[in-house]
Design a protein around this ligand. Structure first.
Ligand code: ATP
Ligand code: MG
Length: 251
């Protein structure tokens, strides 16, 4: 593949583009996913391509939420599979969550390709292909889930999720952890825990916090969750964008 020198000032963004491109070539990422990537990249630039302290606090609250959950499920789409396959499998393992492929534009081919891709990166079981469940309030295939996966989940991690689906999941009483770079998007605004950060940084960061909290008693997990304020996290990200920190190197 294309080698990107690690000291390039835009290393992370070039790596992201390259992975998404490869994802499209492999049939796991949609053309719509390319557009979503462009939008995300713009927000990441405005945020300074770094994890804000507020996003780190959100990642810790997400880890505590997942560890305290009865049945957490990590929803995987074409961008997530292309960008962070190993990291996603690892987080699911550490917090004992199910992995479920869930696509905005559902096709059998892409569902299978993503499930295969996750298995190649170490996933034992991948849900989503059964599609025998339904999130109420969404048109046809948009609401299709596995009954014993997202259908039965109390907590769902939904990175880069569409606003309608995020709202429908919340209405179905799911506690949502949303990873999204746009603090103004409906999906993070719907989430109990909005992580305004790049999935590339956010997923391994949640895993690190989960490892740190692995032996914490339930009361400590509850305190981490209760201390987190989703509105304050969204506001902090908006402020960072408005105050324009941009990338540290000025590029
Ligand atoms: P809605 O109003 O329904 O939320 P939207 O305009 O946000 O719609 P999309 O463009 O499909 O719809 O959403 C893609 C979202 O994913 C954007 O908010 C974008 O910031 C985010 N995104 C894209 N790439 C990444 C990434 N690598 N990490 C985190 N978020 C990302
Ligand atoms: Mg959105």
């Amino acid at each position: 593949g294309t080698e990107i020198p690690e000291d390039h000032p835009r290393y992370a963004s070039l790596l992201t583009r390259h992975r998404i491109e490869a994802g499209v070539e492999k049939g796991i990422t949609s053309k719509q996913g390319l557009i979503a990537q462009g939008r995300g990249e713009a927000f990441d630039y405005l945020l300074g391509e770094r994890t804000l302290p507020s996003a780190d606090a959100a990642a810790r609250a997400a880890a505590a939420t997942l560890l305290a959950a009865d049945h957490p499920v990590f929803s995987v789409n074409g961008n997530v599979a292309a960008l962070v396959p190993e990291e996603t499998v690892e987080l699911a393992r550490v917090v004992d969550a199910d992995l479920e492929v869930n696509l905005f534009n559902r096709t059998e081919e892409r569902m299978e390709a993503i499930a295969d891709h996750l298995r190649e990166h170490g996933a034992a079981e991948v849900k989503g292909l059964t599609g025998d469940g339904e999130i109420p309030g969404l048109k046809h295939a948009r609401g299709t889930v596995d009954a014993d996966g997202i259908g039965a989940a109390d907590v769902v991690v939904v990175p880069l999720e569409d606003g309608d689906r995020a709202e429908a999941l919340a209405a179905a009483n799911k506690t949502e952890v949303v990873i999204d770079l746009n603090p103004g998007s409906r999906s993070p605004r719907t989430a109990a825990v909005p992580i305004i950060d790049n999935v590339l940084r956010a997923v391994p960061n949640v895993t690190a916090h989960a490892r740190d909290l692995a032996d914490a008693p339930p009361a400590e997990l509850r305190a981490v969750v209760d201390d987190f304020d989703p509105d304050a996290a969204l506001e902090a990200a908006e402020r960072a964008i408005r105050e324009g920190s941009f990338a540290a190197d000025g590029t």
